[in-house]
Design a protein around this ligand. Sequence first.
Ligand code: NAD
Ligand code: ADE
Length: 439
Amino acid sequence: MTKSYWIKDLSLSGLGRKKIYWAEQEMPILTSIRERFSVEKPLKNLKIGACLHITKETAVLVRTLREAGAEVYLCASNPLSTQDDVAAALVDEGFHVFGWRGMSQREYYECIGYVLSSQPNITIDDGADLVSSIHKLYYNTLADEISLIKNITGELSGREILKNIMGGSEETTTGVYRLKSLAREGKLLYPIIAVNDALSKSLFDNPIGTGQSAIDGVIRATNTLIAGKDVVVVGFGRVGSGIASRCRGLGARVTIVEVDPINALRAAMDGFRVESMLTASKHGEIFITATGNINVIRREHFQVMKDGVILANAGHFDVEICKKDLEELSKMVEKTSDHITTYVMEDGRRLHLLGDGRLVNLACAEGHPSSVMDMSFSLQALSAEYIVKNFKNLPREVIPVPREIDLLVARLKLKSMGLELEEMTEEQKRYLESWYLGT
Ligand code: NAD
Ligand code: ADE
């Protein structure tokens, strides 16, 4: 390993520090966990390899992990989501940070290589690129990204990297899908906690965090008026349902495209119009994808879209809106602003893609508000502690966040908001547990 950090510009650290301070004010649970960690040191002498969006909220998490005794190696989980001033502030504080906004695919994987070179004891991932790289190295998989990583890790084998690992955690739906696929094939090499699936994460971060921040991304990139707009949201799962309801709240007319009959029905009974992608493509003015799936908007859809439409993605990878088809259909491709690429079709129609089709809330705005990340990242910190205490007994599977941690995070959040929780009486507890009393 030859670098202890690799970022854009260390001189940006002053502004980054102020942003982290701002985030901290909105993250009371995580800072209270940090206070306990600073006394108990549950991660003492451990190395944590994290592949996360490098934001001011992530900075609060890594400060918490360090206070717990860990040495943190952090790389970007997306080439366009790093806040360079925050990365600089972290390096200034002695963290090993690898990533900057606008890095290439090659640099992205080299940065993962630097984190793996540290031979972490715990991995924290957002999208499973770190964990899948470890698995590809271990199984000697031939893949372009693996030769890039090997350029950095050198002689270090997948087996040697694995040797130190106690467990890991995963932040997002797409990452959990990928890990479950590894587990289904019997190839998952160590236990990984699905932080995404905790209720205090997926009922808040996914719909409410992305609901607000994805729209924030569209507005910051375009300053377009949402009121009165014909908005098509593709996917009505945890993220899409949040975006749809927030768009409606801002006065948009919202159509949902879904493949799952239950979620399509939920959307219909929530009062949304439900259509196929082709039908919606003919009238939509703003399209936001949130499926975690590939090529959900593609050639046949672009061909019937109106002039001037806005295309944005909130899903984890930049695969939901098919950029290859957009390019092939265009007579000209123009960068019309920092965040907008305009594809001019053969017939002159202009289709505007935001943030290169990467997650619009992080590529064009600042990601979720700190207050929501407070819950997600408290789960991450408590999961790391749980792994250290329990790794010898954990199965090599994708495992849920323990219920008591999930409830604790919800309780602490309520308390920090000054809200009261009703308590059941002993009689009520007995009643709910009994079969005896009826009509
Ligand atoms: P989810 O599984 O709850 O919802 C996805 C929905 O998309 C499902 O209802 C599914 O039926 C639907 N879908 C799948 N293929 C489709 C298609 N071709 N057309 C229409 N609908 C389709 O997942 P989620 O938690 O909502 O996450 C969605 C994506 O957002 C994932 O990639 C996740 O990692 C990502 N995510 C992003 C952020 C962010 O900050 N931008 C935050 C959380 C999650
Ligand atoms: N994912 C979504 N929003 C985020 C944020 N603000 N920081 C880190 N990861 C995020």
